[in-house]
Design a protein. Sequence first.
Length: 206
Amino acid sequence: MARVSQEHLDARRRQILDGAALCFARNGFHATSMQDVLKEVGLSAGAVYRYFRGKEELIGAIVGEVLEWIQGTFEAAAEETPPPPPDVLVGRALTQVLSRRTGEADGEVPYFPRLILQVWAETLRNDELAAVMRDGYTRVRSAWVKIVEGYQAAGMMRADIPADHVARAMIAAAQGFAAQLALFEEVPVEALQDGLRGLMSMGEPS
C-alpha cells in the first residue's frame, strides 16, 4: 500500500476544517450534524473520523487555529520597534483572518464573523471550549500588552495607563467589529481603521 504523504494528510485536514467551519457558521453547532459536515466536504465518515472524533473536537480545532493566527500576528508585531500603530495592526489581523474564511456558496463573503458568534454562544455551555477560549484570549492579551508597552516605551502612548487595560480595549474593538459584520451590514476593515485613527487623533489640532 502506498504511503500517504504528510502534505496530503494536511490538505485533507484543512478540507475538513474549512467545510465544518462553513457548516457551523451557516446553521450553528447544534443544528449541524456530522452528516452535514460529511456532505459539505464530500468525504466518507471513515475519512473524517480519522482526523476528528466528532463535532466537539472539530469546534475546538477551528477555534484553536483562529486564535493561533491572531496570536501570531500580534506576537510578530510586538517584536517590532516600535510596534505598528493600533489601526494598522488591528486592520492587519482582521484582514488576515477574514481572507481565510470565505465560502463559494455564500458568494465569497467571509463567514468568520458568523462563526465567531456561534463560538461565543457555545462557550457558555461547553467547558472544554471555554477553556480553549480562555487560554487563547490570555495569550492574545499577553501579546497586546507587549505591544502597548512598546508604544509607551517609544513615547507613542501615555505611560500612566495600565498596558493590560489598553490591551483589553483593543481586543474588545476587534471583537465588536466582528459582531457588527455578523449581525449587520458588510463593513470594510478600513472603517474600523478610520475609527481608530479618529480616536487616536483626539487632542490633536484639526
